[in-house]
Design a protein around this ligand. Structure first.
Ligand code: PEP
Ligand code: MG
Length: 318
């Protein structure tokens, strides 16, 4: 089966009846982009840019960042890049950007909150991405957003750059979106959907914050299952709000490559799955196993359960 899936890796992501679901790669290293394309990636759905920052002894300057992003964009050869702005703090400290000692780093200065304390860092990153992607499609997303105020604060910096940089020196096919990984954002998705260009659901953090289970906890993390019906409801709210405004929704957390979850996510209306590069052929093969009506039935079934165990049992039996 694996060999068959690999042989068909360059086919577009589609269900058995042809419903389109893009399958993209999660990357932390732009040098791996060509390999992801070779495994069938239809784009990069999550570039974790903090790993680029972590690989340097101090914040990479504009030119260094441009060179990094260009490496991914060139290897993608016109396929879309979704770059996430710096997501540090919490479990991902950056040595040269010290954060005061916190009792609860997962609930502290991290992601977009931290970035907005030094807006010039965010500005340089936006500028580098826009410059590197001249003539190419570019999607940028903001991590750990909790409500529209944080999105607007970042968007005002972004819009200023769009006005400032001549069009022939920057990407023009650009979208600015937010990651849905804090439950407040899923609950308020209609207010966000009106202003963002897209959502990408980070199911790892969304599950952690919905179930109040540390995703890395040695004993509890197995219970942090994104197929929990509470998480699925938040995904449903997110997708419904986005589609009502004509916006697209991806999933870039681990749940996107979970064989039981793939039909459920498609049934909920997710438009793109971004997964580890080695999973791409398998996710595409999984999509070819069911049709959209079946996916919708599985999503309904999952939403009707009350625990993640019950969801997995119910899906197993159908
Ligand atoms: C997520 O939270 O699901 C996600 C994709 O981001 P990260 O795993 O990098 O926190
Ligand atoms: Mg996350």
């Amino acid at each position: 089966l694996e060999r068959e899936a690999y042989a068909a890796r360059f086919e577009e992501g589609r269900t058995r009846d042809g419903h389109r679901v893009e399958v993209a790669a999660n990357l932390g290293n732009t040098a791996h982009t060509a390999d992801a394309v070779e495994r069938g990636a239809e784009g990069v759905g999550l570039l974790r840019t903090e790993f680029i920052f972590m690989a340097h002894a101090q914040a990479p300057d504009l030119d260094t960042q441009v060179a990094e992003y260009r490496q991914a964009i060139e290897a993608l050869d016109g396929r879309p890049l979704v770059a996430r702005t710096l997501d540090v703090g919490g479990d991902k400290p950056l040595p040269y950007w010290p954060v005061p000692q916190e009792d609860n780093p997962f609930l502290g200065l991290r992601g977009i909150r931290l970035a907005l304390t030094q807006p010039e860092v965010l500005e340089t990153q936006f500028r580098a991405l826009l410059t590197a992607a001249v003539g190419k499609p570019l999607r940028i997303m903001l991590p750990m957003v909790k409500d529209i105020a944080e999105f607007r604060a970042a968007k005002s910096i972004f819009d200023r750059l769009l006005a400032e940089i001549p069009e022939n020196e920057r990407a023009t096919d650009v979208q600015l979106g937010v990651m849905i990984e804090v439950p407040s954002c899923a609950l308020l998705a209609p207010s966000l959907a009106a202003e963002v260009d897209f959502f990408s659901i980070g199911t790892n953090d969304l599950t952690q914050y919905t179930l109040a289970i540390d995703r890395g906890h040695p004993e509890l993390s197995a219970q942090a299952d994104g197929l929990h019906p509470a998480v699925l409801r938040l995904i449903q709210m997110t997708v419904d709000a986005a589609h009502a405004q004509g916006k697209w929704v991806g999933v870039c957390g681990e749940l996107g490559s979970d064989a039981q979850a793939v039909p459920v996510l498609v049934g909920l209306g997710v438009d793109e799955l971004s997964v580890a590069a080695r999973q791409i052929p398998l996710v595409k093969a999984r999509l070819r196993e069911f049709d959209l009506a079946e996916a919708r039935r599985q999503a309904e079934l999952a939403l009707a359960q009350s625990t993640s165990e019950a969801v997995r049992d119910a899906l197993e039996r159908c």
